[in-house]
Design a protein around this ligand. Structure first.
Ligand code: WTA
Length: 649
């Protein structure tokens, strides 16, 4: 632990403070500060009241059973997530309300589904999945672009009690194969391809490549996004989505699921090469995501809500699909890139649909800042009333720009801290209550307890940097890692004991109790809001025959937060060259996916190592950040650091 400490910056930033605008405050869903005290003192009751907003087949016997580090929420309650996201709104007279708006990348393609239409589509696909032999408990893997069938597919799985595992469409065949094998999925849902920056990109080739060696897969459903462009299906195994659902009934009785039945698996990068299968269950997850969605985004019945994330990540699961739809809100999904056909596409979408609440990532905001004001200024953004940010720390200048240029100075900004593992937003402003400080995710959600510990587990005083921990279980928390409880215990609950959740982030709390999250303190890189494991990249590099040893570290980047940089020692007397560097970058891209490609490859004869031979990545990281790397006298080869430094200059 001691080694990690030096990663954490503790700089104090002078910032402006923005209280909620009076009008906003008056109409906000939550505007009574007593809510914090109430939730803190009546934690289980507080969540039980929130859970009661959902429709349950059978009520729970007990709100929380906490045997650290294992939690059960709403014990013995029976519920269905698909029913709660779709059918109940139809039954409550909202069948004609728009549930899902899909905007294709080609500007002439879009689709709107009302709650009634969504109910039909979800039921048809659910019946199709049943026909393919999918039953309760069978894991279905999705490898899809941002098409409506992805949202429909999640809800179809939830309807029949089949947990889904969504693999981000930008991942490589190998990444998909690993995840198919780990989850032993019987069914894969994929597509022929999709549009990106006006071009047709193929997905089917990657999918078929991944299927080689993924022996558990018996059936493949192919969404024909590109008019079935020259692809060939295997007759016994593959079926087009539209052929599968065509003749299916629009009736499909939702399964009565236990509150603790697995709703989905989501693989995420950890500190070792093997991705972690984060397990989320049903009742608590839906309670946590719907509550936070309604409170943090102040959702009203007439809101046009757009979260720009990809459903391949947790943000899309919780805040495009489950949270908004459980609340009966209209949710927008966009297929493509922010600069197609021009750099104003996001703002065109805001204008087209009259978006009121926008949730995006700092990396996107920084990109928009770089492109300049003229793009947002072309469009009518006056419908916006609330803005959100997620995925990485937002620098105060990007925050101010977002507020002034996108929100014309009138929209509160909710900077929300959470993780794949937490399932729901945990540290966040409530926009009708919280005075905002640009760059701070502000305070834990009502009832939650978070803290900053030192390496020994002592709670630190204000403004001292340390490790972010959560001291109470919460309804949408991960329950375990798929078939790996030991890794679950070890990764999250061993640092400070089984009842303190170790988030893996460095942070501080200021004199007003505001949290300032700095970023990961482990071997996870946050590149443009995407979580990548440096270990995974290193094993991809050493997989190449020319590489003897590799160390990957994050280099600070103005746009992406961090970019991966690879230090490489070559085999034998091989020499580094630009061609080889390109080849290695491509090799990592092939194994992990394009987002994993190192921004630079630095060839070196040697790397800084401890006497026991461990590469000191911390020193490389400091070199990349241009920071003082401290004492190197305990290294086996102290001279190498100066040499590397002089090469960088
Ligand atoms: C980082 C994304 C600062 C953090 C929902 C966390 C943030 C990791 C914020 C989780 C924020 C997320 N401020 N850092 N508002 N939100 N992070 O699992 O390092 O993809 O541990 O979940 O993103 O990334 P994940």
């Amino acid at each position: 632990m001691a080694e990690k400490e030096s990663h954490i910056k503790t700089t104090l930033e002078d910032t402006n403070i923005y209280p909620p605008p009076e009008e906003f405050k008056k109409n906000a869903n939550i505007n009574d500060p007593e809510i914090y005290k109430y939730a803190e003192e009546n934690y289980e009751e507080f969540w039980a009241e929130r859970a009661e907003k959902l429709d349950w087949y059978e009520k729970w016997d007990k709100v929380l059973e906490w045997n650290p580090p294992y939690a059960k929420w709403f014990v013995n309650g029976k519920i269905n997530a698909s029913y709660n996201c779709v059918d109940r709104h139809v039954e409550n007279g909202k069948g004609d309300k728009t549930a899902l708006i899909w905007e294709g990348e080609p500007t002439d393609e879009s689709k709107k589904l009302t709650f009634s239409e969504l109910q039909d589509e979800v039921s048809k696909f659910a019946n199709g999945l049943k026909e393919l032999g999918v039953g309760k408990g069978d894991i279905v893997t999705f490898y899809l672009p941002m098409v409506p069938e992805l949202a429909i597919g999640l809800l179809a799985c939830a309807r029949i009690g089949a947990p889904h595992s969504v693999v981000f469409g930008g991942f490589s065949p190998k990444a998909l194969r690993d995840r198919l094998q780990d989850s032993k999925s019987k069914v894969l849902v994929t597509a022929d391809g999709y549009y990106r920056r006006g071009k047709k990109l193929k997905m089917w080739e990657n999918a078929t490549d991944a299927l080689e060696g993924a022996d558990s897969v018996e059936k493949v459903v192919v969404v024909d996004r590109l008019e079935r462009d020259d692809i060939s299906l295997e007759e016994d195994r593959d079926v087009y989505y539209h052929d599968l659902v065509e003749d299916k009934s629009t009736e499909c009785e939702p399964e009565k699921m236990d509150s603790e039945d697995m709703l989905f698996l989501m693989y995420t990068s950890g500190t070792t090469g093997k991705p972690k299968g984060v397990v989320h269950t049903t009742g608590g997850y839906l309670t946590g995501t719907s509550t936070t969605h309604k409170w943090v985004f102040d959702i009203k019945d007439d809101d046009m809500y757009w979260c720009t994330a990809d459903i391949g990540w947790i943000t899309g699961h919780s805040y495009i699909v489950y949270g908004p739809l459980a609340n009966g809100a209209t949710t927008i999904m966009y297929e493509g890139s922010p600069d197609y056909p021009d750099k104003d596409r996001f703002w065109q979408i805001v204008e087209k649909y009259g978006v009121t609440v926008l949730y995006t990532a700092p990396t996107a905001i920084r990109l928009f800042m770089k492109w300049g004001k003229k793009y947002p200024e072309r469009c009518d953004l006056s419908t916006l009333r609330l803005l959100g940010s997620v995925g990485e720390p937002i620098n105060p200048s990007a925050w101010e720009w977002y507020r002034d240029v996108i929100g014309s100075g009138k929209c509160p900004i909710v900077d929300t801290w959470w993780q794949t593992e937490t399932g729901m937003i945990l540290i966040t402003p409530l926009p009708g209550l919280t005075d905002l400080k640009p760059g701070s995710a502000t305070r834990p959600f009502p009832g939650l307890k978070a803290d900053i510990y030192d390496a020994g587990g002592k709670s630190l005083p204000a403004n001292q940097g340390g490790y972010l921990v959560i001291n109470r279980p919460w309804p949408a928390m991960l329950r375990t890692l798929y078939e790996d409880p030991e890794r679950y215990e070890q990764t999250y609950w061993s640092e400070y004991g089984p009842d303190v959740y170790f988030a893996g982030d460095g942070a501080r709390v200021d004199q007003d109790g505001y949290f300032w999250v700095v970023g990961r303190i482990d071997d996870v890189l946050n590149v443009a809001g995407h979580r990548l494991s440096t270990m995974e990249m290193e094993s991809a590099l050493v997989d190449h025959e020319a590489v003897a040893e590799a160390a990957v570290v994050g280099k600070p980047d103005d746009l992406k937060g961090h970019v991966p940089v690879a230090y490489v020692i070559l085999e034998g007397d091989r020499k580094g060259s630009d061609e080889l560097a390109q080849e290695l970058r491509a090799h990592v891209g092939k194994i992990i996916g394009p987002i994993g490609k190192p921004a630079a490859i630095r060839f070196s004869e040697d790397l800084p190592k401890t006497r026991s031979g461990k590469i000191m990545r911390r020193i490389l990281k400091k070199l990349e950040a241009g920071e003082d790397y401290g004492d190197t006298s305990t290294l086996r080869n102290p001279d190498i650091v100066e040499q590397l430094k002089s090469k960088l200059e």
